[in-house]
Design a protein around this ligand. Sequence first.
Ligand code: PBG
Ligand code: ZN
Length: 340
Amino acid sequence: ASTAATSVSISGDISSQLHGGYAHPLARSWQAERQLTKSMLIYPLFVSDNDDEEVLIPSLPNQYRRGINRLVPFLEPLVHKGLRSVILFGVPLKPGTKDALGTAADDPEGPVIRSIRLLRQRFPQLYITVDVCLCEYTSHGHCGILRDDGSLNNQLSVDRISDVALAYAKAGAHCVAPSDMNDGRIRAIKLKLIEEGIVHRVTLMSYAAKFSGCLYGPFRDAADSCPSFGDRKCYQLPPGGRGLARRAIVRDINEGADIIMVKPASQYLDIISDAKELGKDLPVAAYQVSGEFAMIHAAAKAGVFDLKAMAFEATEGILRAGATIIISYFVPEFLDWLST
Ligand code: PBG
Ligand code: ZN
């Protein structure tokens, strides 16, 4: 029997009342496990061997390929606004630079190694990540050294790619990030870093779960790295391959990766979440790739949504899935947006 005359009559179910928890903007921000911060962001830079050039990449909105002489003036204001990290991609354009072995990838006078040295010197606080692959440097545009039948020779490719990674690390890269997808390259790079006595100062970020698909087109325009025949389906993962991605993530953790990356990002949020679960003791990075970026721009231009709103929504989805490092072409905008 009810005896409390003062008891409030509750007609609804208490647990159904959620609005109070997010009525205020601050309370809404508390609902997220992780807040986007500037230190989570890595900005991709395309550095060509044409020292003075600054060329807009038509398929990659507002993004430029730059020669080394354009880097410092471009980066100065961004560093001032809080840019913490870049990832470098070398783009050899001079005729005769590409060959079957990707020889130019670790040319000490090439744009990447010169840029590492320059940026280390000019921006001592900037964290320099360098993409490691051969596709920009090979005449055939594939991410390694080929057999006569056109397939990747895994052993030769791993030997070569680990040499290239070592050269970037020795030039001063804080982080080397192999994107080639040859089996066993993480272990090979780690061993060479140990042998060279620099493993303690170099982060090894694996493009562990990198899927093949149609989202890298603008990047290949920018980096001039489109394969001259065939595709990358026999080394990049098939889009349905969740189990394969999990195996690749576990493998690369066991081979010595310090950071695991998933790429593309928004189309593969389940894989990001798997990476976080499998690699709960290491940071997970996600690469919001060129096609994702171009798609958001195109839709915003078509009036589907506001660019900034979508940039935040996509990025917050990537964070929510489990990534705490985000490689994105939106970084310059975020440096402004996150200040206000
Ligand atoms: C090179 C590489 C690619 C990307 C990063 N490193 C292209 C590819 O694998 O074809 C894609 C990045 C992007 O689309 O923004 N191996
Ligand atoms: Zn490649």
